[in-house]
Design a protein around this ligand. Structure first.
Ligand code: NDP
Length: 471
């Protein structure tokens, strides 16, 4: 008999997703460009399961029930286009391709149009959760035509992570919206990772704490309503892990250069294009760029002289390093708020019609940015679907009230000590700007009118005005 669904691409993600589907009762046929990988998978982790292999794409297509559902988990970019053009000749009307890779959403937009014009279905689906999530239950963000989604809804619903109020998958919207939302997810992830790294740097360099002492603080943070999350949990693990050779903290042996594959950059580019203000997320991207200038930084540290770090009171481990926790909580909230802001504008500009409470809901489990905060984010958007900024919701307003002094203290001490805290300081400026009813851009407008006759609006009367400033 024919199999339920096909998989192209037996990388770590593909392997785990197909095993996940099989465990949930869906038989499959797998294909990989390099056939030896298919063979070793079938004789290894795939042995004894309702999974069979295909040597080529024609065989894959022939072994599937109709309408066919084929998941592509290949390297994003040209590889995805190659697979689409190689498989298309064998597809028939109504067959559905799903791209689960980290595609650029505008590529997905183009592919949806191309394939739908040939009467095939196409779903661009963001998948988050890494290898473990793929196997045990990822968070999935599928976008495309609603009817295409419906034909795989049962499969995806069973494969997804489950939280108290349902599976971590739901229809996102048309075109490239699924990949867009995944991109923003990754932008938020960049933010939170940098925020946690900044807190580690302060505890290490300003408070002289050891890996285990810092790990204890992260363990405490992970027990709180505000910070309980997957990323805080794994930070504790990373800080506790010792080098197997000499037993010292392993993180201290790791090169301080962070890589990136593009999604953080795409988030920031989209934000700039859409006019969304995302300083915390941008700061995290720039921090990775700065980190990659290792040899320049080493040289500059001898000329620009590394600062002498004094001693500063930033709380105690028993109070969870209270001001640092304030900084981490508000900056994490700012990352989510800025991510939601990009999506709010994109929803309108790209006609995605995104449903914010559902997006918060499907991020609560399976994905890298899962956290207890998302419960409050979901509540906030459920209460007010038109909410302009997360910071305006009462639960988040209260957090700002309680914690802004701690954040300001951390930023000010860090600046005095010469320790960079780009996400913390950007967050402080973000909140301070957002809560300022009169910013100094009146003067910017005056300058623009002075040198370029760009005109300005007035606070006391309607219309556009020009002054001959230089007369
Ligand atoms: P990789 O990104 O390393 O991709 C490997 C797979 O792509 C292999 O099966 C490889 O085949 C195939 N491939 C590469 N080029 C081509 C080509 N030109 N034609 C056909 N097949 C090709 O594997 P991952 O499993 O890590 O990721 C798969 C996708 O999922 C990527 O888009 C990734 O961005 C995304 N993703 C990854 C996550 C992760 O945590 N790793 C999380 C979420 C999404 P071959 O064996 O022949 O080289």
């Amino acid at each position: 008999s024919k199999a339920h669904f096909g998989l192209v691409g037996l990388g770590v993600m593909g392997e785990n997703l197909v095993l996940n589907a099989e465990r949930n009762g869906f038989s499959s046929v797998v294909y990989n460009r390099t056939y030896s990988k298919t063979e070793s998978f079938l004789l290894g982790r795939g042995l004894g399961k309702s999974i069979s292999g295909a040597k080529d794409l024609k065989e894959l297509v022939n072994k599937l029930e109709r309408p066919r559902r084929i998941l592509m988990m290949v390297k994003a970019g040209p590889a995805t286009d190659a697979v689409i053009s190689q498989i298309s000749p064998y597809l028939e009307e109504g067959d559905l391709l799903i791209d689960g890779g980290n595609a650029l959403f505008s590529d997905t937009e183009r592919r949806v149009e191309e394939l739908e014009s040939k009467s095939f279905g196409y779903i661009g689906m963001g998948v988050s959760g890494g290898a473990k999530g793929a196997l045990e239950g990822p968070s999935m963000m599928p976008g495309g035509t609603k009817s295409s989604y419906e034909s795989v809804e049962q499969l995806l619903t069973k494969m997804a992570a489950q939280v108290d109020d349902g599976p971590c998958v739901s229809y996102i919207g048309p075109g490239g919206s699924g990949h867009f939302v995944k991109t923003v997810h990754n932008g938020i992830e960049y933010g939170i990772e940098q925020i946690l790294a900044e807190s580690y740097d302060l505890m290490k360099r300003m408070c002289g704490m050891t890996g285990d002492q810092m790990a204890d603080v992260f363990a405490y943070w992970n027990s709180t309503e505000e910070l309980s999350s997957y990323l805080v949990e794994i930070t504790e693990t990373c800080l506790r892990t010792k080098d197997s050779v000499d037993g010292t903290d392993l993180v201290e042996k790791i090169m301080d250069k962070a890589g990136q594959k593009g999604t953080g950059l795409w988030t920031v580019i989209s934000a700039l294009e859409l006019g969304a203000s995302v300083p915390t997320i941008y700061a995290s991207l720039n921090a990775r760029v700065m980190s990659s200038l290792k040899s320049q930084r080493v040289y500059a540290s001898t000329l620009l002289k590394e600062p002498l770090i004094g001693s500063y009171e930033l709380g105690t481990p028993s109070d969870g390093m209270s001001p640092i926790m304030d900084a981490v909580v508000l900056s994490t909230i700012a990352s989510y708020a800025q991510g939601m802001e990009i999506m709010r504008i994109a929803s309108h500009e790209y006609n995605y019609d995104l449903h914010m409470p559902s997006i918060a809901q499907i991020w609560k489990g399976g994905c890298i940015i899962r956290s207890r905060l998302l419960v409050h984010i979901q509540n906030a958007f459920q209460k007010d679907p038109q909410l302009k900024n997360l910071l305006l919701d009462s639960w988040f307003l209260n957090q700002v009230d309680k914690r802004i002094a701690g954040l300001a203290k951390v930023v000010s001490y860090a600046s005095q000590a010469g320790i960079p805290v780009p996400c913390f300081s950007s967050t402080l400026d973000y909140i301070n700007s957002y809560r300022t009813s009169r910013l100094p851009q009146n003067l910017v407008q005056a300058m623009r009118d002075c040198f370029g006759s760009h005109t300005y609006e007035r606070t006391d009367k309607e219309g556009f005005f020009h002054t001959e400033w230089l007369n």
